[in-house]
Design a protein around this ligand. Structure first.
Ligand SMILES: *Cc1c(COP(=O)(O)O)cnc(C)c1O
Length: 371
């Protein structure tokens, strides 16, 4: 592609003066990381916003997920049932912990793990389910909880896409044993780079261990009990989060307006399917995925047309994570017909808070133009 005119995403920025106000005290305190005052303030505000009992801030979403999985102390080689229709981070977080991913297929409506396939995949080695609320569409959290109870499995949700989402009026971070949110610059809420772990109320006491692992496994000044990484959020990142949180509702409202315009233009077009969240979901409008039928519209041809107009859409998620070069030799023949089909036909269109209805029209005009 030559020059990008409309990118797939664009980070939202708070007013510069607000950020400067937030970081000013750091010149006096000289406390720039290690769970300082700003990170603690952000954690308190996020607890309110996400309606969860506890929250731990991280350097990024990936390390948050890795540490949450590490905190389970599972035996090496234990099997983790997971989705291939996700960011590579989800799969890496499993394998980098020495655990074995078992890829199961997604369901065809919201592209989240199909509970029936999860149950079929359980063996005596299965220890956990790591599932993604892809595009912020909640997994079937009730059926997954039922399966987890029945077989004694831990459930961790990758909620990188689901910041601020509610399911049946409940903050999405309350489902599953642990949840990871990404606060990367490209997500709905960001701290430049950052991540969060939340847990369901029963596990509140485990959060201390998660914090200790994330700080090199330091339990006290003289006691290092875990082989942990450095995964702490720094104070400048936390300050960005505090500012962005103040403007989050405006940002989501702007995304909703862009989403509405896209729906008006694309929802009824034969050959284009627009997946939508369920009626029980308070959504965050994080992405605008569309799935082409491969007949009237060909995904790669549409992408090439958009590219030629300086519009960058992403094949998100293609390839499936089990097909990545580092996993294909072991996992390429997993039985994943639905995931494969969606992955070959999906495109996420540009979506960010200052995407105007005029820009949405420009994008849709290109997609719908007869060649
Ligand atoms: C972005 C993302 C991650 C990784 O989060 P980072 O904050 O970028 O490390 C993990 N899983 C999914 C589904 C993501 O989209």
């Amino acid at each position: 592609m030559d020059e990008i005119k409309i990118n797939v995403t664009r980070s939202s920025m708070p007013p510069l003066e607000e950020y400067i106000e937030e970081i000013k005290p750091l010149w006096k305190s000289r406390w720039l990381s290690n769970h300082g005052e700003v990170a603690q303030k952000l954690e308190a505000e996020l607890k309110e916003r996400l309606d969860v009992v506890d929250i731990c801030t991280f350097v990024n979403g990936h390390m948050a997920l890795e540490v949450a999985i590490q905190s389970l102390s599972l035996p090496q080689g234990a099997e983790i049932i997971t989705t291939p229709y996700t960011h590579i981070s989800t799969t890496h977080a499993i394998t980098r912990n020495g655990l074995t991913p078992v890829f199961v297929d997604i369901e065809p409506v919201h592209y989240t793990l199909e509970p029936a396939r999860i149950e079929e995949a359980v063996t005596e080695k299965t220890a956990a389910i790591v599932a993604t609320h892809v595009y912020g569409f909640p997994c079937d959290v009730e059926r997954i909880e039922g399966i987890a109870k029945k077989y004694g499995l831990v459930v961790i949700y990758d909620e990188a896409h689901a910041f601020s989402v509610k399911y049946k009026g409940i903050g999405i971070g309350n489902f599953g044993d642990y949840s990871m949110f990404s606060c990367h610059a490209t997500k709905v809420f960001h701290t430049i780079e950052g991540g969060l772990i939340t847990c369901k109320p029963e596990h509140a006491s485990e959060m201390r261990r998660i914090r200790q692992i994330a700080n090199f496994g330091n339990v006290s000044e003289d006691d290092i009990s875990y082989v942990g990484p450095n995964a702490k959020m720094n104070e400048f990142a936390a300050a960005m989060g505090i500012c962005n949180l103040r403007h989050l509702d405006e940002m989501i409202a702007l995304r909703r307006a862009a989403d509405t315009r896209y729906c008006e233009r694309l929802m009824d077009v034969p050959g284009i399917h627009v997946p939508r969240p369920s009626a029980e979901t308070d959504w965050n409008y994080i992405y605008f995925p569309v799935v082409f039928d491969g007949v009237r519209f060909n995904r790669d041809a549409v992408k090439a047309k958009l590219d030629a107009h300086g519009i960058y859409a992403r094949k998100y998620f293609y390839p499936l994570t089990n097909m990545a070069h580092c996993y294909a030799p072991q996992y390429a023949n997993a039985d994943l017909p639905v995931a494969r089909e969606v992955s070959q036909n999906v495109l996420t269109l540009p979506m960010f808070s200052d995407l105007t209805p005029e820009m949405v029209d420009e994008i849709c005009d290109v997609i719908l133009k007869e060649e």
